[in-house]
Design a protein around this ligand. Structure first.
Ligand code: PM9
Length: 459
């Protein structure tokens, strides 16, 4: 291993949680009992848990110390003051509305900023984000660049908005029919692909010209900033903090799941610059989340989030984070395993179409692959393909995304490079007998966000 390419963990471990591997027979029984849905597998049966990077982070000693400073007052908690001032300072936004997690912020933003029938263009969909947009009468339009839908095209800033798609939408439908542009930094379902500063700037300028607001899905903003520093001309000498500040200067606000780049286990917020929207958001937060000074979080959680946001922007941390993910991707590529390229910020995505060419998309290859990987190795991953995409709200037909993937999502500061090797070896082993992977069919399909609780059986 090249230590100059992949620096060691920039932390020492001072608390551990034992993990254990159950037998393959037990895992096969667990997978069946869990309806071949990795979301339904009990955590105690999992050896290495790469289901998600959401809320699965290891907090630092400073964050745990901050937890002891929790001010659990119902109103006016000093931890909210800390969180509010941190977000304002780091992101340069005017107002902060705390929420219990990202979808709480998405719910409020969609409720206050979308009129039924309005379009909500975005750089690829995200499950909960699109749900709230559609639930409020919005029509999601995908305006990500075409390359984002192709696992094999290795280009930088694959999460960029295709500015011509946005221009066309404005020309054809009129600026007033667009609620806002949702710009995700990074783009989760494209493979954690970043957006360049140039693209953010261009989108923002076009939107400002037409009076359209731009809201970031800022969930993985620090990872996005790292890619800008690493790959965009003119940013190599800027700090992550400076880059983040510039990114947000082009937005009107953001929804944020603190469970990712806030490096906490729960929490989120809605950031807004507009006074009127802020007042409207404050009216809604008391309905869905809690007082505008806690929004569904405990005081201690707000304190941990304030500290975590700062830590996520430290160069040594974010560099290790992104490179550890890349290491896993490169190990798989070297062995010829098909993955989404380039490797993004938070996860390695197996390309289930090429991994399981014997299965059609209607047979849920990614769902099947995720389950077989668990049975083979105890590594838990997540389907990000046709099952996650759900059904068209109007026609009831399945969305059929081009990307049919299994996401190996790396929690922050939790696993070591050795764990990455174990995961890579397990995937490579499975790849060598991939033709044994059998397709699945639904036995229970929930109406909303079906991937969370659906159940399957082998065809
Ligand atoms: N992302 C993830 O595993 C957790 C829920 S879906 C399995 O990737 C983006 C880009 C996300 C995201 C959550 C949310 C919602 C919004 N945008 O989970 O509600 O990746 O905090 O955030 C998950 P919350």
């Amino acid at each position: 291993m090249d230590y100059s390419k992949y620096p060691a963990e920039p932390f020492r471990i001072k608390m551990v949680e034992p993990v254990k591997m159950v037998s393959k027979e037990e895992r096969a029984a667990v997978a069946k009992e869990s309806g071949y849905n990795t979301f339904l597998i009990p955590s105690k049966e999992v050896y290495i848990d790469l289901l998600t990077d959401s809320g699965t982070n290891a907090m630092s000693d400073r964050q745990w110390a901050g937890m002891m400073l929790g001010d659990e007052a119902y109103a006016g908690s000093r931890n909210f003051e800390h969180l509010e001032s941190t977000v304002k300072e780091l992101l340069g936004v005017k107002h902060v509305v705390p929420t219990h997690q990202g979808r709480g912020a998405e719910n409020i933003l969609s409720t206050i900023a979308i009129k039924p029938g309005q379009y909500v263009p975005g750089n690829m969909y995200f499950t909960t984000t699109r749900f709230h947009q559609e639930h409020n009468g919005g029509i999601f339009v995908d305006i990500v660049r075409d390359e984002a839908h192709d696992a094999t095209i290795d280009v930088p800033f694959k999460g960029n908005i295709d500015i011509n798609k946005l221009k066309k939408l404005i020309d054809e439908k009129g600026a007033e029919s667009i609620a806002y542009v949702c710009l995700a930094v990074t783009v989760n379902l494209a493979g954690g692909q970043p957006v360049s500063m140039a693209n953010i700037k261009e989108v923002s300028a076009l939107c400002r010209e037409h009076g359209i607001k731009v809201f970031f899905d800022a969930t993985r903003f620090a990872e996005n900033a790292y890619f800008i520093k690493e790959q965009e001309e003119g940013y190599a000498d800027k700090t992550i903090t400076e880059i983040v500040h510039e990114m947000f200067s082009y937005a009107d606000g953001a929804t944020m799941s603190g469970k990712k780049d806030g490096i906490v286990n729960i929490g989120g917020f809605l950031a807004l610059n507009d006074e009127e929207l802020f007042m409207a958001a404050k009216e809604m937060v008391v309905v869905y989340e809690g007082m505008p000074s806690y929004g569904g979080m405990a005081g201690r959680d707000m304190e941990a989030l304030a500290i975590g946001l700062k830590e996520s922007m430290q160069f040594e941390y974010i560099q290790h984070r992104v490179l550890q993910v890349r290491y896993l991707g490169e190990r798989l590529l070297e062995a010829g395993v098909p993955i989404v390229e380039p490797v993004g910020g938070h996860a390695v995505f197996l390309d289930a179409r090429r991994f399981c060419p014997h299965l059609e998309q209607k047979d849920f290859p990614a769902q099947a692959l995720a389950n077989e990987l668990f049975i083979e190795s105890g590594v838990r991953s997540m389907e990000r393909g046709i099952v996650s995409a759900g059904r068209d709200i109007k026609t009831g037909e399945n969305h059929t995304p081009k990307l049919e993937t299994v996401r190996l999502t790396i929690p922050r500061r939790v696993y070591t490079y050795k764990h990455m090797d174990v995961v890579a070896d397990a995937v490579i082993k499975l790849y060598n007998h991939k033709e044994d992977i059998k397709g699945l069919k639904f036995v229970y399909e929930p109406k909303q966000l079906r991937f969370f609780t659906a159940r399957f059986e082998h065809i």
